[in-house]
Design a protein around this ligand. Structure first.
Ligand code: ADP
Ligand code: MG
Length: 354
């Protein structure tokens, strides 16, 4: 018999390609009103050469999840449970020092705000060379040669002269390229990109996404792409984990989740954006807002906004479980679970073809 952990994996089932496996991840925040759980039992996995999107509205715990994976949480936040298995090693079980040594070369992270992430008082060459000096013991001169190579790789023109420039001397798009270069310097197996294009204008956004695709393919990295934008997910990702109020409410291959959503939140998101509706069609926005962290209801986290809410939804929190295939003919027999599809809804089968 399969265990729940085996059956809820999003995407394909090539276990050997799994670079990152996150299980039951929980993060607490200590606030003056008490401790709240911002990430509550999150499960997903990312595969070599593929992009997994973490999708959700602002405040649903995406960045908190990213920081927990990278081991760079704010001092008021605590890892409250779960596994973060990267290439077979559980990062959550390592000491901070072991973690830096192991995860430094294996995991890169890029944030939304490239200006604050770079140090204004050092040249980009010095900052790009840091990884080589710390992790590979290169001299400053050798590290600078590597920094110039990296700048070429991420498409920064005239790297030989620009290596001596400071962050403020670059445009927003070029600064984001520098951050991406820092993240991929040691050819990590995993790249986490947290809203990497949100601060950039539209043409530059497309160039940055193109660069991430190129680097993913060259290095066969697994990419965890964090976004609130469904169009970005549709264009860039292989699989998706939809987050709501610190929980993954639905996951699976993007094409399946978007064509046949099995959680009312996913369905609501898809109906609220123009990508998947005909031109001129009326867009429905999801009424209400996500619950406050201090006020997460028992039962389903989505109950206050859900059009299908029933008594059981208030009483019992639905678990992320495999969903069955769509009925493609008139037979009413239940089809077997679709590989990699999961939803946390008591009525995910009722949403089937609804
Ligand atoms: P997202 O990236 O999905 O927009 P975050 O992961 O940044 O969301 O935040 C998740 C929740 O945690 C939000 O409700 C946010 O207000 C809260 N939060 C994040 N950081 C802190 C902090 N340092 N102190 C208190 N609350 C925080
Ligand atoms: Mg965020």
């Amino acid at each position: 018999m399969k265990t729940a952990a085996q059956t809820v994996l999003p995407g394909k089932t090539r276990a050997q390609d799994v670079v990152l496996s996150v299980r039951d991840l929980a993060v607490d925040i200590r606030t003056y009103r008490g401790t709240v759980r911002a990430v509550n039992g999150v499960d997903f996995e990312a595969r070599a050469g593929e992009t997994l999107a973490l999708l959700g509205e602002s405040g649903c715990g995406k960045s908190m999840t990213a920081k927990a994976l990278a081991g760079i949480m704010d001092p008021v936040c605590d890892l409250a449970g779960g596994e973060i298995v990267l290439n077979g090693t559980d990062l959550a079980a390592l000491t901070p020092k072991e973690r830096l040594k192991f995860a430094g070369p294996e995991l890169g992270i890029v944030f939304q705000d490239a200006l604050t992430a770079l140090n204004p008082v050092y040249t980009v060459g010095t900052q790009l060379g840091e990884a080589f000096r710390i992790h590979q013991g290169l001299s400053a001169r050798e590290a600078k040669v590597q920094a110039i190579e990296l700048m070429k790789r991420v498409g920064i023109p005239e790297p030989e002269s620009r290596v001596n420039s400071y962050p403020h001397q670059f445009s927003g798009g070029m600064r984001q390229r520098i951050l991406i270069a820092m993240a991929v310097a040691l050819n990590p197996r995993l790249l986490i990109a947290d809203e990497p294009t949100t601060a950039l204008d539209v043409t530059v956004q497309a160039q940055i996404m193109q660069l991430l695709r190129k680097l993913r393919e060259e290095g066969q990295m697994a990419v965890v792409l964090i976004t609130h934008d469904l169009a970005v997910v549709a264009e860039e990702a292989d699989s998706v984990a939809v987050m709501y109020a610190g929980n993954v409410v639905e996951s699976g291959p993007v094409s399946q989740v978007f064509s046949d959503p099995r959680h009312p939140y996913t369905k609501g998101l898809l109906e609220s954006v123009p990508v998947h509706v005909e031109r001129g069609a009326h867009l429905k926005s999801i009424a209400g807002s996500p619950p406050e962290l201090h006020d997460i209801p028992s039962g389903c986290v989505y109950q206050s906004r859900c059009p299908l809410v029933q008594e059981i939804c208030r009483a019992e929190r639905p678990r992320l479980l495999p969903v069955n295939g769509s009925a493609t003919n008139n037979h009413s027999e239940t089809l077997p679970p679709r590989p990699g599809r999961a939803a946390a809804c008591h009525f995910s089968e009722e949403l089937n073809n609804a």
